[in-house]
Design a protein around this ligand. Structure first.
Ligand SMILES: Cc1cc2nc3c(=O)[nH]c(=O)nc-3n(C[C@H](O)[C@H](O)[C@H](O)COP(=O)(O)OP(=O)(O)OC[C@H]3O[C@@H](n4cnc5c(N)ncnc54)[C@H](O)[C@@H]3O)c2cc1C
Length: 384
């Protein structure tokens, strides 16, 4: 996409973010409260509908623009995690849903009337081994009956719809473990209290994450997305976009840490001179700057391939890994540069430090990315 368009949208995001200073996020963090005002502002500005095609009421913009939006949010000290999934979770519906489902839901998701930002894949016993999930969906006439449990289903309390992965054919009755899994679009407004229970999990960051229990939840059979049994493939196709966008958030975090650290060490006087004059203070910041620039190049490569419709699995994984490590290095340099003040809530450093740590684990952990690269790029034996 045109650099000027990206710059214009980035400018809009920066102006919007100015209305949400550190004190806003500190208060939400303290109370583990959902940043409703921030999410509403992004929705009203149409920013969360950027990836939805124009024919369904969205802006029809490429991933490069969505990437710029999330990077700017994070570079401004804000946090897109409360609503980033509203941007891309609809991709499963867009790519694999039927026209009736797309027409019914996408225009309402575009306006924000409906929120589709809950993604129920991870389970407590299966962990990263997704094909071992045990939540089941059994067809019964015009309905499916769902039983099981998800964990880390973020934003479930603030979502109207959920993309749910469940097993429709037992593992021992399929040729490959990845078969027999199906994706459903669950209307949570009807499900909660009728077989679906949501329990919030308090975590080290303000992330509105939950565990979700299914106890004979009945959903209409037309909630199925695409073909029964092919859900694992559908979920995988959405993961590249998610990884690239999360990487962009990490780049934004890294920029915030690097700017905040540089400003601080330029001003802070100890032993009668700015601490930033000491190479021991400069070098970690400079190193993280280099790491961030390199990671950003990989993000650009990944979204360029994605937007061109080319395969980008390796690049999406690599950019997520490199960007999450760059933001962590920048966070570490920023915290260390602030000395004791790095621990004070009012500086926002400790909050961003906690927030950016997540991305070495979710949506996929570093080890699993390395295993993917070893197997698929280096042709080494699969290790698990
Ligand atoms: C705040 C938060 C929000 C999240 N939001 C969502 C969400 O909205 N929807 C959703 O579905 N999930 C969500 N997740 C889940 C997230 O995707 C998983 O936590 C992540 O994929 C890791 O899975 P796990 O926690 O089960 O770890 P495990 O699979 O138990 O792994 C634990 C550790 O062991 C390592 N490991 C495991 N297997 C191997 C192996 N074969 N080789 C080398 N190392 C290995 C991993 O790298 C990891 O470091 C969220 C998680 C968090 C913490």
């Amino acid at each position: 996409m045109d650099k000027e368009v990206i710059e214009q949208i980035s400018q809009t995001v920066r102006q919007l973010c100015e209305k949400f200073p550190g004190t806003y996020w500190q208060e939400k963090d303290r109370d583990r409260a959902y940043p409703t005002e921030f999410v509403n502002a992004l929705t009203e500005a149409g920013l969360l509908a950027s990836l939805i095609p124009e024919e369904y009421g969205g802006a029809g913009l490429p991933l490069s623009v969505a990437s710029a939006i999330l990077e700017e949010i994070h570079a401004a000290g804000c946090n897109g995690a409360a609503c980033h999934a509203q941007m891309y979770t609809m991709g499963t519906l867009l790519r694999h849903g039927n026209e009736e489902q797309r027409r019914e839901y996408l225009p309402k998701i575009a306006t924000g009337e409906l929120r589709l930002q809950a993604f129920g894949v991870t389970e407590p016993t299966a962990g990263t081994d997704t094909t071992s999930i045990s939540t089941t969906a059994i067809r019964d006439g015009d309905e499916y009956v769902i039983n099981g449990q998800k964990v880390w289903t973020s934003r479930a309390e603030y979502s109207d719809l959920m993309i749910l992965l469940a097993r429709t054919t037992p593992k021992d009755q399929v040729r490959k473990r990845s078969e027999g899994l199906s994706v459903f679009l669950v209307d949570m407004r009807k499900a909660v209290g009728n077989g679906m229970t949501i329990r919030p999990i308090r975590t080290m960051i303000n992330h509105a994450t939950t565990e979700v229990f299914f106890d004979d939840l009945r959903i209409p059979a037309d909630s199925l997305i695409g073909e029964e049994g092919r859900g694992f493939k559908y979920i995988l196709t959405g993961m590249n976009a998610e990884r690239i966008l999360i990487a962009s958030e990490c780049i934004g975090d890294a920029r915030w840490f690097i700017d905040t650290a540089s400003d601080y060490v330029r001003d802070r006087q100890v032993f009668g001179r700015p601490i930033g004059q000491n190479q021991g203070v400069q070098f970690p910041i400079a190193r993280s700057y280099a790491q961030t620039q390199a990671a950003k190049l990989m993000v650009e490569k990944a979204y360029s391939l994605y937007d061109a419709g080319a395969a980008c699995g390796a690049e999406a994984n690599m950019c997520k890994m490199l960007a999450s490590e760059a933001s962590w290095a920048a966070g570490e340099a920023c915290l260390q540069s602030h000395g004791g003040f790095g621990f004070a809530e009012e500086y926002d450093v400790e909050r961003k430090f906690r927030e950016t740590r997540l991305y070495q684990i979710a949506p996929i952990s570093t080890n699993l990315i390395l295993s993917f690269l070893a197997e698929h790029e280096l042709n080494l034996p699969r290790s698990y």
